[in-house]
Ligand binder design. Structure first.
Ligand code: URA
Length: 264
């Protein structure tokens, strides 16, 4: 087929005035700026505490042009933070690490109401595993933290059936045979228990699917409860299940440093 000459090619339509600017619902804007949750932000808006370009914003559904509209809460200007987003969630039991579940089950993204659309979890935890889950839109950091060459340490507390004996602990430490190959050496400590169940502290740097559960099952002690207590040196601190916080600039610096990256 003959190509049309360049002057006959259809040009893309000229952009509408204002195209390309980011619009965001006001309650989401306030939540992202760290003012309050979306629900509380709606209350602030309805209470007449929020002004946009000098005018009281009464309707919770209104949108703002990010970086263009001037937003104030009780007379104080509000901005969105620049740079990437880094969030640490205490993942509760029963929710999935996925953006949306086709069966409508709860996900970790339901726990946090103001995340940027590009923010994703760094790795996964099973539905029934609790503990540290990092979420970020810093793709390079995410990639590096999960790359096997980085050997990022993940520490777990596992409640297992029965009491592992010395040979079980040795096997876990040296590596057990799983269907996708032997596991790398792990640090494993018995932290108490009785003949029915025992607590293990397990540190690994691999990140295979259901790895800790499969390791414990392989030595005859299936996991009853599993919690990730640290990831890349980040712990839960005072967070309770379902609570989250943003990382401090110092934590971001050291995390990126650990991954061989400079400041973001
Ligand atoms: N290992 C598991 O078995 N499950 C998790 O969620 C994380 C590590």
């Amino acid at each position: 087929m003959k190509r049309p000459p360049p002057w006959k090619k259809k040009r893309p339509p000229a952009p509408e005035p204002g195209a390309g600017e980011e619009r965001m619902r006001l309650n989401r804007f306030l939540a992202r700026a760290g003012i309050a949750s979306r629900r509380k932000s709606d209350e602030l808006i309805q209470g007449g505490k929020v002004r946009v370009n000098g005018e009281t914003a009464g309707e919770p559904g209104r949108t703002v042009k990010v970086g263009i509209d001037r937003v104030e809460v009780e007379g104080r200007p509000v901005w969105l933070p620049e740079g990437h987003e880094y969030v640490l969630l205490y993942k509760p039991r029963g929710c999935l690490v996925t953006r949306r579940d086709t069966h409508g089950r709860p996900t970790v993204f339901d726990q946090i109401d103001s995340l940027r659309p590009g923010t994703v979890a760094v790795g996964r935890l099973d539905q029934d595993t609790t503990g540290v889950l990092l979420l970020t839109d810093d793709g390079e950091l995410n990639f590096r933290l999960l790359h096997p060459s980085r050997q990022v340490k993940k520490q777990y507390e596992a409640l297992v059936s029965g009491k592992p004996d010395a040979s079980d602990l040795l096997a876990l430490r040296q590596g057990v045979e799983l269907e996708d190959g032997p596991t790398a050496p792990a640090q494993v400590q018995l932290r108490g228990g009785d003949d029915y169940e025992a607590r293990l502290e397990i540190s690994i740097h691999e990140g295979r699917k259901r790895q800790v559960r499969r390791m414990c099952a392989a030595v005859g002690h299936p996991v009853k409860r599993l919690k990730r207590v640290t990831f890349a040196g980040l712990g839960l601190g005072r967070l309770k299940p379902g609570q989250w916080r943003r990382l401090s600039p110092g934590e971001v610096r050291s995390l990126r440093g650990r991954a061989g990256l400079g400041p973001s």
